[in-house]
Design a protein around this ligand. Structure first.
Ligand code: FES
Length: 237
């Protein structure tokens, strides 16, 4: 495999020529935050949370889509980098619902974790809030576009992993959304409810239905019976 020599935060590394800066940094144990990047999906460079400084480049670059090259010198934690990442996350939070404590993804939300890691304690920008209806008219998933940060991971997971292509971007600017065709509900399109989109969503924009409360209520009510259904065994040749 062809290798190149690069320096990340003073560490000299040899990495495959086909690596991106983010892949090289993570191989070397250097933490670079990311949101739209997912190691099993094609990188898109949409969120800009992963920006780093490359010596000689005119601006900060998105490390998840920027290829390494021989002799490259990268700095991942300069004041300019930290300020840029912080501003990106603050802008995402500016129109994000402020309901972390009651959110299903509380303490399991990548946006929340990155905001905490960047030391964001208050929202500097008072952004307009979105007001999309919830899509929950199906047995498995809940979509809340108000929590969508437009990373596009669900679009890529649905097309690259499942080959179903349920989601796409619609509209522009502040009105940009990720929706099934013609903004229909998931129960009205070709969704197979595999849950791949929910598994890669960094926030609670797509989550599996949480029936925990219903099950607990049923368990504590002796007049109700909880029926646990097991799937029939599948013979694997
Ligand atoms: Fe690199 Fe989003 S993680 S641009």
């Amino acid at each position: 495999m062809d290798m190149v020599n690069i320096t990340i935060d003073g560490q000299k590394l040899q990495v495959p020529k086909t690596s991106t800066i983010l892949e090289a940094a993570r191989t070397a144990g250097v933490t670079v935050p990311s949101l739209c990047y997912h190691p099993e999906l094609r990188p898109e460079g949409a969120c800009r949370v992963c920006v780093v400084e490359v010596a000689g480049a005119r601006s900060l670059v998105a490390s998840c889509v920027y290829p390494v090259s021989e002799g490259m010198v990268v700095n991942t934690n300069t004041p300019a980098v930290r300020e840029a990442r912080k501003t990106v996350v603050e802008l995402l939070l500016a129109n994000h619902p402020q309901d972390c404590l009651s959110c299903q993804k509380n303490l399991n939300c990548e946006l929340q974790t990155i905001a905490s890691d960047l030391g964001i304690r208050k929202i500097r920008f008072d952004g307009e809030k979105k007001n999309h209806p919830m899509d929950a008219a199906n047995p498995s998933l809940v979509r809340d576009q108000n929590k969508c940060i437009l990373c596009g991971r669900c679009i890529r997971a649905c097309s690259e992993r499942q080959g179903v292509h349920v989601y796409s971007f619609a509209n522009r600017g502040f009105n940009t959304t990720v929706v099934p065709a013609f903004n229909q509900g998931l129960h009205e399109v070709a969704c197979t409810f595999c849950g791949q989109c929910a598994s890669v969503c960094p926030t609670a924009a797509i989550v599996e239905k949480d029936d925990t409360q219903a099950v607990w209520k049923a368990i504590s009510d002796p007049t109700k019976h909880v029926v646990v259904q097991t799937a029939p065994a599948v013979r694997v040749a």
